[in-house]
Write a protein that binds this ligand. Structure first.
Ligand code: 9Z3
Length: 347
């Protein structure tokens, strides 16, 4: 098993096009997905070739925690999905997300004794390494030379020791599994596979869906094989379909006993609550966490099926002290999950 998977241990890169179909496009001619229907999507779209490898790693991870540690398992999704415009992908549409919410939340779940499957956009922020990967021009800025040897710059050493200890804890307890995606197709197939495997944990499974998933996509049946050439008209008109609403499949079929938390991202504050409530109405899951793009790092709102709104807002003092809002979000989510498990056990 590769709990915190060293990059070289993976036999694939999700950001590369599938080698077999990249040059010689051998995938069958799928019928166009006209109806925005979840089941039809999987019949008309090819799974990523490496899905079996992921499935094995996830099964092993779940079994380990079921049999050895008894930990609850959370699937944290993080980062934005891409929508390729060409099979040999030069151009793609992306969704905004640096992966901060997901990577930071994963750390707080781990600190609270959860095992974490981290389904993330490849090369977006990761738990623990996020403290160092995007904050300086180069990781060498954390180093210094002393007597012909490389050492950690003392300015960073104390804080790094704290992070290193947490990282080592996660590693030795085999509590963090990193699973990458790049495209929305890879995300959907991987989400379905992991969800079905998590069914065996019943209510002890938690879904924390922070990834920014595209609402629109270009079906494989209409995806050009090669780079789109510029035309005499000078325009590129892109005709996208709506991504089927997979949350209802997740709630009803893939993991019906698990607790499901989704995020709702808006930029217009006047529609945030309405959209969060309509997501709950539509999918019948347990919690929507609403956030605005502009204020997402200091304010979120928990919306529950009973119609309650619970705002979590960082105070100015907390902001000055660099308190991360996820350190307030995760204990609340865990509280909800605890009562979900208790209610489930009573049934
Ligand atoms: C979120 O709302 C996340 O909190 C953010 C985090 C993407 C804003 P960052 O990674 O940002 O910290 O930079 N995620 C959900 C976004 C989303 O696409 N939600 C869908 C929707 O709003 C439902 S799945 O319709």
């Amino acid at each position: 098993m590769t709990p915190i998977s060293p990059k070289q241990s993976k036999s694939f890169r999700t950001s590369n096009p599938e080698a077999d179909s990249a040059i010689d496009r051998t995938i069958p001619d799928f019928p166009a997905a006209q109806i925005p229907d979840e089941d039809k999507y999987f019949k008309t779209h090819k799974p990523p070739s490496y899905l079996g490898e992921i499935s094995e790693q996830v099964s092993e991870f779940i079994e380990h925690h079921k049999k050895v540690t008894g930990k609850k398992v959370v699937l944290v999704t993080s980062g934005g999905t891409t929508v390729p415009l060409e099979n040999n992908t030069v151009r793609f549409i992306d969704n905004f997300s640096a992966g901060t919410r997901g990577a930071t939340s994963a750390e707080y779940f781990l600190e609270n004794d959860y095992a974490v499957i981290f389904l993330h956009r490849e090369f977006s922020l990761l738990p623990y390494s996020r403290h160092y990967s995007h904050t300086t021009n180069c990781f060498l800025d954390y180093m210094t030379e002393v007597n012909n040897k490389v050492e950690i710059n003392p300015d960073f050493a104390d804080q790094m020791l704290v992070v290193l200890r947490k990282y080592n804890d996660a590693k030795t307890s085999k509590s963090l599994l990193l699973v990458p995606f790049t495209t929305v197709n890879q995300y959907l197939y991987t989400l379905r596979t992991i969800s079905e495997l998590l069914q065996s944990l019943d209510s002890k499974a938690l879904f924390y869906l922070a990834a920014a998933v595209s609402d629109f996509f270009l079906p494989q049946s209409r995806l050009p094989q090669h780079k789109i050439q510029s035309q005499a008209t000078g325009k590129l008109i892109v005709d996208l379909e709506q991504v089927p609403k997979f949350l209802s499949r997740l709630v009803d079929n893939w993991a019906p006993s698990a607790m499901i938390v989704s995020f709702k991202l808006e930029t217009d504050s006047s529609i945030l609550i309405k959209k969060a409530k309509s997501a709950l109405d539509r999918y019948q899951h347990q919690l929507v966490i609403g956030n605005l793009l502009q204020t997402r790092k200091k304010e979120v709102v928990f919306v529950t099926p009973d119609g309650k709104e619970n705002w979590i807002t960082l105070t100015n003092e907390q902001i000055d002290q660099d308190v991360e809002i996820e350190s307030l979000i995760i204990p609340e989510v865990i509280k909800e999950h605890k009562s979900w498990v208790t209610n489930h056990d009573r049934k």
